[in-house]
Design a protein around this ligand. Structure first.
Ligand code: 1CP
Length: 343
């Protein structure tokens, strides 16, 4: 089977599929013992810059679970690190930024991204497309709002208070910050597409913190710029956020071919909110995988039933795999979705 005719890409294009394709956000990573072993003594960001490690870590969940797509092992802050922003990924915490961006002078940390800044990404994608055969590779980037949250807060944040203070308090500086991030993100996605990824996902993980009116005014223009910049590439664009039930229509409007849905809105209702001509991705609650097998299957059937009438469904979790998830539960889930949906 060619990549172009894979179940995953056919579903992105809303064509008929032999079975519902499945992959998991954060399918590579801490849930896998082979990942933990490989990462021993190597810092997260260092591992992202080593094409041999990136290739091996990306392939691990494909081999183990038989998922229908691979996702490049990287992180949303990699392009920021690549342009020289002083940041680190701390174990058990996440991205931490040395000098948070709060003023116009701080914007000087953000110069445009050149393809040469991320040669290791180009190299890793090249190695992976060789190894993956007919399995599509998904590239990704963080959306401007989610990246801005890390940059303005200086690290992970529950309430995004500094970010919102800037957004409401200095709309001009905010627009400039998001516009620069949109340029960096678009360039980072273009590098991955040029290197051979088959689809891209824009992660606006924290956009659910915003009201629809604020999202439309202060965030959508920048995300549209990113998605518009890669629209002509022929590569499907997945647009995802968490807690975005009230924003699903706007995520689609920003320019997606596939809208990612978390577990809070059933897929049939999500389809009504997103409107026609877009595929959907989701949306099993990642915590369901901690329940007994029969309960996992019951909840999986609920997701599949709510997607039954829709052309274009990619099965996924509503957010990333939780670190303590039993990897065998993931392998069983892939097989179960394939069996239940075989046509
Ligand atoms: O040392 C480690 O192992 C650190 C854990 C880790 C891993 C495995 C981090 C730190 N990032 C990653 C990889 C990663 N990050 C992937 C891998 C590919 C795959 O899915 O298999 C992806 C897609 C990301 C993207 C990412 N990073 C997002 C968007 C997706 C999401 O989960 O919403 C976000 C928000 C981040 C920031 C980040 N990086 C790492 C952590 C722990 C976090 C979240 C911190 C927070 O809660 O704010």
């Amino acid at each position: 089977m060619t990549v172009t005719e894979s179940a995953f890409l056919r579903a992105c294009r809303r064509e008929s599929v032999p079975h519902t394709p499945v992959w998991f956000m954060r399918q590579a990573g801490r849930s896998l013992p082979e990942y933990r072993k490989l990462r021993e003594g190597i810092a997260m960001l260092d591992s992202c810059m080593r094409p041999d490690l990136v290739t091996e870590i990306t392939l691990q969940p494909v081999r183990r679970h038989g998922v229908d797509a691979a996702i490049l092992f990287s992180d949303i802050v990699v392009p920021l690190k690549a342009i020289g922003v002083d940041l680190d990924i701390r174990p058990g915490v996440g991205p931490v930024v040395a000098r948070p961006i709060r003023s116009r002078a701080d914007l000087a940390q953000l110069r445009p991204l050149e393809p040469d800044d991320v040669k290791y990404v180009t190299e890793a994608v090249g190695m992976l497309t060789g190894e993956l055969g007919g399995t599509p590779l998904i590239g990704f980037a963080g959306a401007p709002f989610t990246l801005a949250s890390y940059l303005v807060e200086g690290g992970p944040s529950r309430n995004h208070e500094h970010t919102k203070a800037l957004m409401y308090g200095d709309p001009e500086l905010w627009a400039e910050l998001l516009d620069r991030l949109a340029g960096i993100t678009a360039a980072f996605l273009a590098v991955q597409i040029e290197a051979g990824v088959s689809a891209i996902q824009l992660f606006d993980s924290w956009a659910g913190a915003l009201s629809p009116a604020d999202y439309r005014r202060a965030v959508l223009p920048a995300s549209s710029k990113v998605l518009g910049a890669v629209a002509g590439s022929g590569v499907p664009r997945i647009h995802f956020g968490v807690g975005t039930g009230e924003l699903l229509g706007l995520l689609g409007e920003a320019g997606a071919d596939v809208v990612g849905v978390d577990w809070r809105v059933p897929l049939d209702e999500a389809a009504r909110r997103v409107g026609p001509d877009k595929a959907l991705q989701g949306n099993l609650d990642p915590a369901v995988l901690f329940a007994p097998r029969a309960a996992v299957e019951e909840q999986t059937r609920r997701v599949l039933d709510s997607a039954a009438g829709l052309p274009g469904h990619i099965f996924n979790l509503g957010h990333g795999v939780l670190p303590d998830t039993d990897p065998d539960a993931l392998t069983r889930l892939v097989a179960y979705v394939h069996e239940r949906t075989a046509r």
